[in-house]
Design a protein around this ligand. Structure first.
Ligand SMILES: [Zn+2]
Length: 534
């Protein structure tokens, strides 16, 4: 086991509405990174949670005519409930209103910034967008409206606590330019650098208790004020590690982690890439090592929004299409930059890629192996040109996935999979001669010329395991379940977690379960390749 420590978080969403597909995307992406690192033997801590203390939540509760705590609890439960249907593997989930670890963490962070001389009081007047939970500069408005929420910000005049952000302008530039604080992708990094170069102004980190309707964390030593929701929310990344009580987990997962990664949406980049690092610098704490920013999802061309109720319920989608299909779509179709439009037919096409491309390939391979090579297939060399190229591609796959995920490039990670390379070959064969051409009857009788030709691909035993392992961070569900149930059944057995007649990974799991338990060695997967090329 590696001694490397990898700490990864999702953002904590406001709970002013039900969770939408955009948050599911972020959870799946973070989950894939966490699973991938665990698989590579690293120690991983994966955190998610909810931001309970925002003014937005208070307003949503008032609009619903519900007591604030009751409303927030009910909505926060909906977010926590994503874990099982989305197959999320987070280790911890924090709620900023009720978790006893959070308030001491936020308070300690406040006091640390105060001790550095970075908090001061002053009267302030500005334009506040509750949607953003931020004051906006007049120059940031679009015809007088918040560009993100298309609403008119409220003019607020009050006495607030301010954080001396201006002091950290040079330091932040240096950290981001040097890559010590990575912001991915580049387009987002440039956006942050542009914002900092435009000049950083101190920002308000409290609001009056009255304006907050008494909801939130009181400012230490000044109960007339409540800690600004972003200062409060950002603290979750360390408060969940017992920062407030100086716990060992903070030292282990924040101070001593090799990587500290935040996965966030583009709308909250300034808070994470400017405010949060400055607060940490002030508090004398290490910074995140990377901030990965995803763009937004639209659904049938419409923006998702918790407040308008257009949420595209991820649980419903997972129930309709299977969680593997949804997770696979999030990785395969969502670009690294630029918004992605979700449509159910796109997801169905990706589900077919899994079921027809990978699932079919693996299932039929197992059938053929059982029929023609029950004693195993030895390695014979030399390889033919095409077989050699495929063999080399398969060998490269784990490194390609490592590199792609180190760049947070999920599309490249899944595209690089040799399993898909096999699938594409099958597609090409289909395109040439129709569906049946890919699986001519002669293959099943053992007489297809390709079968003989491709027996020469002497892949080391267990190579197929490698590929199914490479894929499993993306689609953990059937693999885990099949493995747990020790399914060694014929490949036509439908997987219990998939609605499709052929589960993409039931075959792979059967393979793994069989090769682990069977006394009779399974043949090496060269016939898999023969099917791919036939
Ligand atoms: Zn706004």
């Amino acid at each position: 086991m590696s001694t490397r420590r990898f700490y990864i978080t999702t953002a904590i969403p406001y709970v002013n509405g039900d969770p939408h597909l955009g948050f599911a995307l972020e959870c799946v992406q973070a989950d894939v990174l966490a699973r991938h690192r665990r698989q590579r033997g690293e120690r991983v801590h994966f955190l998610s949670g909810t931001d309970d203390n925002s003014l937005k939540n208070v307003e949503a509760a008032e609009a619903a005519g519900a007591p604030i705590a009751e409303f927030v609890n009910a909505k926060a439960e909906r977010f926590a409930a994503l874990r099982e249907p989305l197959e999320l593997s987070y280790d911890d989930f924090i709620r900023t209103s009720v978790d006893s670890r959070h308030r001491p963490g936020a308070e300690r962070l406040w006091r640390a910034c105060a001790a550095s001389g970075d908090l001061y009081e002053r009267h302030y007047e500005g334009l506040y967008c509750t949607g953003c939970e931020a004051f906006l500069r007049p120059s940031e408005l679009d015809a007088g409206l918040c560009p993100e929420h298309h609403c008119e910000p409220e003019r607020i005049a009050e006495r607030n606590w301010f954080f001396r952000l201006s002091r950290y302008e040079g330091k932040l530039l240096e950290l981001i330019e040097s890559g010590r604080l990575r912001i991915e992708p580049d387009q987002r990094r440039n956006e942050v650098l542009g914002f900092i170069r435009g000049g950083l102004e101190d920002f308000s980190v409290s609001r009056s208790r009255e304006r907050a309707r008494g909801w939130g964390i009181p400012v230490p030593e000044d109960p007339s004020q409540v800690v600004y929701v972003w200062f409060d929310a950002l603290a979750n990344y360390v408060s969940a590690l017992d920062y407030g009580t100086g716990g060992e987990r903070y030292r282990e997962w924040w101070e001593r982690s090799d990587e500290r990664v935040h996965a966030i949406g583009k709308g909250i980049i300034r808070f994470h890439a400017v405010y949060w690092p400055a607060i940490l610098l002030s508090a004398g704490a290490p910074l995140p090592t990377a901030i990965f920013v995803h763009d937004y999802l639209t659904v049938d061309g419409q923006k998702l929004s918790k407040s308008t109720g257009r949420t595209a319920d991820p649980i419903e989608i997972a129930e309709r299409h299977g969680i593997d299909a949804l997770r696979w779509w999030c990785l395969r179709d969502v670009p690294r930059t630029g918004d992605a439009d979700f449509r159910e037919e796109l997801l169905a096409a990706r589900a077919n890629e899994l079921a027809d491309g990978l699932g079919n390939l693996v299932n039929r391979t197992i059938t053929l192996l059982g029929r023609f090579r029950p004693q195993g297939v030895g390695t014979t060399k030399p390889l033919s040109g095409e077989a050699e190229a495929l063999h080399a591609a398969i060998k490269r796959t784990p490194d390609e996935i490592d590199n792609a995920l180190a760049r947070f490039d999920f599309r490249a990670a899944t595209r690089g999979s040799a399993v898909l390379a096999c699938g594409r070959r099958t597609d090409r064969a289909r395109a040439r001669g129709g569906r049946s051409a890919a699986w001519p009857p002669s293959v099943h009788q053992g007489g297809h010329p390709h079968l003989n030709q491709l027996r020469e691909v002497g892949l080391p035993h267990g190579r197929l395991r490698l590929h199914t392992r490479s894929l499993s961070p993306s689609s953990p569900a059937p693999r885990a379940q099949c493995a747990q149930q020790k399914i060694i059944s014929p490949p036509s057995t439908p997987c219990p977690t998939m609605r499709q007649p052929q589960c993409p990974q039931a075959g792979a799991s059967a393979w793994m379960a069989h090769s682990k338990e069977s006394k009779v060695p399974l043949p090496s997967p060269d016939t898999l390749i023969s099917i791919a090329l036939s």
